[in-house]
Design a binder for this molecule. Structure first.
Ligand code: ADP
Length: 488
């Protein structure tokens, strides 16, 4: 099969979250299964061209938008045998932020930027003579690709045979913008109807993508069910339900080349389930690095997260001080985003010296240190399409404390206090109370049932969420999309 990914992120080049991880990893595993894959992403200012050996590939390339022609250049880099093409457009992508400026203000021209990226990705297929069997688009940024194939390219010799798969990594982000972008995006006003792109007078790019895509998936089975309901669907449940069996969940895989305590070059010491002595070193070094009291027998709870409402950190903010006041426990926090949360968590180390460590910012190495050096990993998400950190935590023997939602529910098995079975601690209620008491449960297990801790850690480290299985499920999804396209 020939597959083209068009996406706003691709690790390691440009990533803000799980979308980047998936687009960075899945193509490699598809390639290992014998498929031919290429990836198209923007060339953002933050991408280090020298480090990744970017080289000129094509251009100038003319891209027809709805009402004008735009020009760009195309560079390429190799990612484990997969060509990743970078669309260079000075006006659209030569900025440091992927989606917003330094003050977290969304760029007003985002629909044009990503509409252009999507069109450029399709144009590149034509220019490279790469006739895809499937165009795999991701989130609202490139959801338009599914519509373009049917509206513009249905009889094109290169693109006319391509089916589309749209993956929703987070339905809360839908790409809602004023309708006056429609002509530039090349969507006739006939598409601005409630059954396609129109949403309460605005343009909703994800909605239109769902309607036009041959097949739609999201990143965990539980999240697929949740998004079919009025609350979880953020307004799009009816359109997902209309897809019937052509909407389902495929759990994200983990890139164990990057996230594996036995081989991780970023952490202070390596370790395995058989020999956890390296984990003790990682804990000590983490405590030193974040100015925590160095203590082998005080449990450390790690948090690595975007600071956004979805992650439930405003609930943690309501109970974290109570937790450190009443329990012998430490926190190692890494994150950035909401300025109020940054200020709140960023000032806690000064007030709870040696007990709470916090680094505000994005730091890949520290994320690995926290995974390796913590005893527990807290994710109190209000909703979580898949979540990667809890899967990394399992591999690092760092027991997840999670709200039982979406992918968190699918990947963490509840601790059974009677038997010691399970891999983590789950709670249902999205409240500070529930976080407080579940953290208390985990901490009491640490102190009072060390034999259960050992068993939980061993079971957690034996979990396997490798990409191989997910990649095979994606191949089945592509086959379904192709079948649907041919039948249609
Ligand atoms: P989401 O995609 O919603 O942010 P995921 O758990 O799926 O959540 O993926 C988060 C990814 O981003 C993980 O790889 C995590 O380590 C990383 N990450 C998030 N915030 C930071 C940060 N401040 N520094 C380093 N890595 C981060």
């Amino acid at each position: 099969m020939r597959i083209v990914f068009i996406a706003a992120e691709c690790a390691p080049f440009a990533k803000t979250g799980g979308l980047g991880d998936v687009v960075g990893a899945l193509p490699q595993y598809l390639r290992a299964l014998g498929h031919s894959v290429m990836v198209v992403v923007p060339r953002y200012a933050s991408i280090d061209a020298a480090r990744y050996h970017l080289r000129w590939a094509h251009g100038p390339m003319g891209v027809w938008m709805g009402d004008r022609e735009e020009w760009c250049a195309v560079h390429v880099a190799d990612s484990h045998g997969v060509p990743v093409y970078f669309i260079e457009h000075e006006g659209y992508f030569n900025r440091w932020g992927l989606y917003h400026d330094a003050h977290f203000n969304d760029y007003a021209d985002n629909p044009r930027r990503f509409g252009f990226l999507t069109r450029a990705g399709l144009q590149l297929c034509k220019d490279l003579n790469f006739a895809p069997d499937v165009v795999h688009v991701h989130d609202w940024h490139t959801a338009l690709g599914a519509a373009y194939l049917k509206i513009w390219h249905w009889n094109d010799p290169i693109l006319g045979g391509a089916a589309s798969l749209l993956t929703i990594h987070n339905i809360a982000y839908q790409g809602k913008y004023p309708a006056d972008h429609l002509p530039y995006l090349g969507l006739q006003w006939g598409n601005f109807t409630p059954d396609k792109f129109e949403d309460n007078g605005a343009l909703n790019l994800l909605k239109g993508g769902i309607v036009y895509a041959d097949v739609v998936n999201t990143v965990s089975p539980s999240y697929a069910l949740e998004t079919r309901t009025p609350f979880g669907g953020h307004g799009l449940a009816p359109y997902l339900n209309a897809k019937g069996e052509d909407y389902f969940g495929i759990l994200n895989g983990v890139d164990y080349n990057t996230w594996n305590p036995q081989t991780d070059a970023l952490i202070p010491a390596r370790y395995s389930a058989e020999d956890l002595s390296g984990k003790a070193i990682c804990k000590r070094e983490l405590q030193r690095r974040l100015d925590l009291v160095v203590s082998a027998d005080t449990p450390v709870i790690g948090v690595v997260s975007r600071f956004v409402e979805q992650k439930g950190l405003h609930l943690l903010a309501q109970c974290i001080e109570g937790i450190v006041q009443h329990m012998r426990v430490q926190f190692a926090i890494l994150g950035s985003g909401d300025k109020g949360l940054e200020r709140y968590f960023g000032t806690l180390p000064a007030r709870y010296s040696g007990r709470i460590g916090c680094y505000v910012g994005y730091n890949e190495e520290l994320a690995h240190w926290i995974e390796a050096g913590s005893d527990f990993f807290l994710m109190p998400s209000l909703f979580e399409p898949c979540g990667l950190n809890q899967m990394y935590s399992l591999k690092y023997g760092t027991l997840p404390i999670v709200r039982a939602t979406g992918g968190l529910n699918d990947t963490v098995q509840q601790y059974d206090e009677a038997t010691g079975e399970g891999t983590g601690f789950k709670f249902d209620e999205p409240s500070a109370h529930a976080i407080y008491y579940t953290v208390g449960w985990a901490v009491s297990t640490y102190y009072d049932r060390p034999h259960h801790m050992q068993r939980l850690i061993r079971t957690a480290m034996a979990q396997d969420f490798s990409w191989e299985r997910s990649a095979e499920q994606y191949v089945q999804a592509y086959q379904r999309a192709i079948h649907k396209k041919r039948a249609g």
